[in-house]
Design a protein around this ligand. Structure first.
Ligand code: XIL
Length: 303
């Protein structure tokens, strides 16, 4: 196949991108996006601050434009993200424990209800673990007020809100099997599976750079999680660098996903280097002029 989406589909996978609603008027951006990708994730538009800027007052218009675009193009839609410490409006951080619990459940219910039947996978909880060697929970407002149980509560609420959506836990720096954070997330998923807490997938953000390179044991990590009985997805892939070294890292990631039958898809975190959130890097598959980079060719060859 001659596009990322079509090549991935031949392997029973999707190949997606993050989309920014404020770029949807740019014809080059949209033509590459429509041609190459068959799954979309809103880069910011489905985050809590965008959807519920004040309590129980929801703003779906911009996110709906993305959802409608996916539907009109026959693309899948990933939901990102329901419970996260970042891009969280300040009203949430000022609530008592009881109010925070009901606000969290209400947010999950309303947002998942809005996109019920359309989102194939939701990042129910994002980035709940600390970096570093402790393997500890991140000290977020959810953790502080609600304790360890907030994650499973979020997943149980999410299951009831849209029983057909796959429910994912999503995080970064969980790529290297020997890292404490990877082990901490693995142990949580193992515990959830053993106790029947509803979880279907683990998202690996996969933001790589020289300080956080693609690990040589990446395939092991993906396979070990899959062996717990969850799908794995690469959800926000970008790799700093350029040329053939960047291309070979992209190739390796793609091969690692294809080697794991439960690795169901890859999403890159943007269409073009021009609009990458990592503004001082060139971490994506198309350059600022929408030319295909060596990384693009390596991914297409690997698929
Ligand atoms: C980033 C967006 O790309 C930026 O536009 C925004 O300013 C900050 O968030 N982990 C995540 C994503 O889960 O939501 C983040 O996206 C990147 C890191």
């Amino acid at each position: 196949a001659s596009t990322l989406g079509a090549a991935a589909a031949e392997k029973g996978r999707y190949f997606g991108t993050a989309i920014a609603a404020n770029r949807m008027g740019e014809s080059d951006y949209m033509s590459v996006l429509n041609r190459e990708f068959n799954s979309l994730t809103a880069e910011n538009e489905m985050k809590w601050d965008a959807l519920e800027p004040s309590r129980n007052s929801f703003n779906f218009a911009t996110a709906d434009r993305i959802a409608n675009h996916a539907r009109s193009q026959g693309m899948k839609l990933r939901g990102h993200t329901l419970v996260w410490h970042s891009q969280l409006p300040s009203w949430v951080t000022n609530l008592s424990a009881n109010d925070l619990r009901s606000a969290m459940n209400n947010h999950i219910n309303r947002v998942m209800g809005q996109y019920k039947g359309q989102v194939h996978s939701w990042d129910v909880v994002n980035e709940a673990f600390e970096d570093g060697s402790s393997g500890a929970r991140r000290n977020s407002v959810f953790q502080q007020r609600l304790g360890n149980g907030y994650i499973e509560e979020a997943f149980r609420t999410a299951r009831a809100a849209d029983p057909n959506a796959k429910l994912c836990y999503n995080d970064y720096n969980t790529d290297n099997w020997s890292h404490a954070k990877t082990q901490a997330v693995y142990n949580m998923v193992k515990d959830f599976k053993s106790r029947g807490v509803p979880i279907d997938c683990v998202g690996f953000q996969a933001h790589f750079n020289s300080g956080n390179p693609v690990p040589s044991n990446y395939h092991t990590t993906l396979q070990n999680f899959a062996d717990l009985g969850v799908d794995v997805q690469i959800t926000e892939l970008d790799i700093a660098g350029s040329g053939s070294s960047q291309a070979e890292q992209y190739r390796g990631i793609t091969q690692a996903c294809l080697a794991v039958s439960r690795c169901t898809g890859i999403t890159v975190w943007g269409v073009t280097d021009k609009y990458s959130w990592r503004s001082s890097d060139t971490p994506l598959l198309f350059d600022g002029n929408y030319n295909k980079k060596p990384a693009y060719t390596a991914v297409l060859e690997a698929l």
